[in-house]
Design a protein around this ligand. Structure first.
Ligand code: ZN
Length: 127
């Protein structure tokens, strides 16, 4: 899997309202926001103004289980395989704190393990 993370944007080719493999014949290229990544692909957010076949509506329980940002609850998300990613169009710069899971723009690894630990969590480990 390309090293993606939530918040990144990927370009996918769409044909007849289906996201298709990146080398196929297509109608249009759309940019989608990544909400969750696993080993074979990722879930992308499908905004209501783009009609795509399939996909699921994200409920609160699933969002929690998958660690997806709660702002996507009630929204439509769709799973795409790595082969459907035409290109990564935008990489969100920054890191998630290993403790509180908040995302910090422009954050860089600051632990020996290459992870990021935010200032608030450092100041108050019981946060
Ligand atoms: Zn933190």
């Amino acid at each position: 899997m390309i090293r993606l993370k939530p918040g990144d944007r990927v370009d996918c080719r769409v044909k007849s309202n289906n996201i298709i493999v990146s080398y196929g014949e297509y109608d249009v290229t759309r940019t989608f926001e990544v909400v969750h990544v696993d080993d074979e692909g990722c879930y992308v957010f499908i905004p209501c103004f783009i009609y795509i076949n399939g996909g699921i509506t994200l409920d609160a329980a699933k969002a929690r289980r998958m660690g997806v940002d709660p702002r996507f609850v009630g929204e439509k998300i769709s799973y795409i395989a790595e082969s459907s990613i035409c290109k990564v169009s935008y990489v969100l710069d920054g890191m998630k704190c290993i403790k509180c899971q908040d995302f910090f723009i422009m954050a860089e690894p600051n632990t020996p393990e290459g992870e990021f630990w935010c200032r608030s969590c450092r100041a108050n480990p019981y946060r």
